[in-house]
Structures are given as structure tokens and as C-alpha cells.
Design a protein around this ligand. Structure first.
Ligand SMILES: NC(=O)c1ccc[n+]([C@@H]2O[C@H](COP(=O)([O-])OP(=O)(O)OC[C@H]3O[C@@H](n4cnc5c(N)ncnc54)[C@H](OP(=O)(O)O)[C@@H]3O)[C@@H](O)[C@H]2O)c1
Length: 216
């Protein structure tokens, strides 16, 4: 039987005060050692997903480079089909399988432009991408494990919808502060602690000057 959705692993590097980027969007928090660990993790999952703002701010490749192994399928949540054609994701879409998840709100001309690239477009949702529908489609495509790599807005939507199975967080030795700096999970947030799911600490270990926490 096909599972209704992939196993979702949520991964991020955070500062001691819970930020994943500075107020200007600087997010290079991980040490070399932690990058190796993250890339090993990437090589073990079927797909990796980020939000459109992370692509705008970080211009990531989302590949496996700091360890051996195959790069997973890449997925960008991009309701308006607005991803820059100069982004590394689009530029490498010939070599690395890529899905751009858009919504019904995407202007036709943006979609037509995207269709020129060797990538797959999946449409769901009327405004933002409908995560439950998207995950169902990914399951049908034999995606069993999905690594969600942010940012704060995307992380909140996954948490709010109860779609997270595992969380692997690296606590990096920085304090960034700033009301406008992106935190691990942004969005509206829960009003009460009892509304938030209590997680189970599975493992914790030190990587050099950082701590990795693994929750279920
Ligand atoms: N330290 C780390 O580990 C780490 C990791 C990742 C990112 N970051 C940082 O996080 C920051 C970006 O975070 P962010 O919160 O601004 O943006 P984000 O979460 O990367 O992207 C949010 C955008 O994704 C699109 N989206 C489409 N469907 C969605 C859905 N169902 N749920 C949520 N979003 C959906 C929306 O834009 P559209 O309307 O365009 O579709 C939304 O505004 C960057 O500064 C980046 O450097 C840090």
C-alpha cells in the first residue's frame, strides 16, 4: 500500500537564541563539520524542500557536495512560479531532478516561462501550495523521505499542519538577536503550550563547538 505522505524530517542550523538567519538574511551558521553531517543526511533522503524566500535569499544548490552520495530530488514551494531563472536551482535543473510546486494563483506567463526548463511543475492550492496534497503526490512518486530545510515560514506551515515526524537541529555558537531576524519557526504560532506537540528527544551529540538535537 502506498503511504499517504513521505516521512518528513525537519532540519536547520539555529543560533542559541533560535534564529536561522540574521535580520539581513545572513544564514551561514553551520561549521564545516556540520555541513558534512547535513550533506550525509541529504544523501539518505529521497527529496529536499525549501520555500521561495530561501531560494531568493540564499540561492542554494540543495545538493550533496560535502560528502559522498547522490543528491536528492529538489522541491521549491513557489506559489507564483516566480523563481529567478538565474537561481542555481533553475540553472542546474538539467542535471539534478527538480520540482517547482506552484499554486493556482501562479500567473500563466510565469508558468509558461518555467515550462521551458527541464523540471517538473506540480500545481496545488488556491493561494499557497497545499502541503497535504503536495505530499500525497510525492508519495505516489515513491518519495518516502522528505527533508524540509526551511525557512521559518515553511517550517511553521509544516508544524501547524502536523506534518513533521523528525526534527534535527544544530545549535550553533552564536546569538544574533533582532525582532526581524527569522526564527526556526515563524508564522502565527500556537497560542498555548498545550496546543503544541510535545516532542521526544531521541538523541543529542556534540559536533565540535555545536550541539545536534534529534527529536521525534
Ligand atoms: N539556518 C538555516 O538552517 C536556514 C535554512 C533555510 C532558510 N534559512 C533562512 O530563512 C530565511 C527565509 O525564510 P522565510 O520564512 O522568509 O521564507 P521561506 O520559508 O523560505 O519561504 C516562504 C515562502 O514560501 C512560499 N510558500 C508556498 N507555499 C507555501 C506553504 N504552503 N507554506 C509556506 N510557504 C509557502 C511563499 O512564497 P510565495 O508566495 O512566493 O510562494 C512563502 O512566502 C532566509 O533568510 C534563509 O537564509 C535558514
Amino acid at each position: 500500500m502506498v503511504k499517504s505522505r513521505p516521512r518528513v524530517i525537519f532540519s536547520a542550523a539555529v543560533t542559541i537564541d533560535g534564529k536561522i538567519a540574521s535580520k539581513t538574511g545572513d544564514s551561514r551558521l553551520s561549521s564545516k563539520k556540520d555541513k558534512i553531517r547535513i550533506h550525509k543526511l541529504r544523501s539518505k533522503v529521497d527529496a529536499i524542500l525549501v520555500g521561495s524566500n530561501t531560494v531568493k535569499k540564499d540561492n542554494p544548490l540543495l545538493t550533496v557536495r560535502h560528502s559522498k552520495g547522490k543528491s536528492p530530488l529538489r522541491i521549491v514551494l513557489d506559489s507564483k512560479a516566480n523563481i529567478s531563472k538565474n537561481s542555481q536551482i533553475i540553472k542546474t535543473s538539467k542535471k539534478i531532478p527538480t520540482i517547482i510546486a506552484i499554486s493556482n494563483k501562479a500567473p500563466k506567463k510565469n508558468v509558461e516561462l518555467l515550462k521551458k526548463y527541464p523540471l517538473e511543475i506540480i500545481t496545488s492550492g488556491s493561494s499557497l501550495v497545499n502541503l497535504k496534497k503536495l505530499l500525497r503526490i510525492l508519495s505516489q512518486k515513491k518519495i518516502k523521505t522528505l527533508l524540509v530545510e526551511g525557512g521559518g515560514t515553511v517550517n511553521w506551515e509544516f508544524v501547524k499542519e502536523g506534518l513533521v515526524d523528525e526534527i534535527i537541529i544544530t545549535i550553533t555558537p552564536y546569538i544574533l538577536g533582532g525582532k526581524k531576524a527569522i526564527t526556526l519557526v515563524d508564522g502565527d504560532g500556537f497560542s498555548l503550550i498545550k496546543k503544541a506537540k510535545k516532542l521526544k528527544l531521541k538523541n543529542s551529540f556534540r559536533v565540535g563547538n555545536e550541539i545536534v538535537l534529534h527529536y521525534y
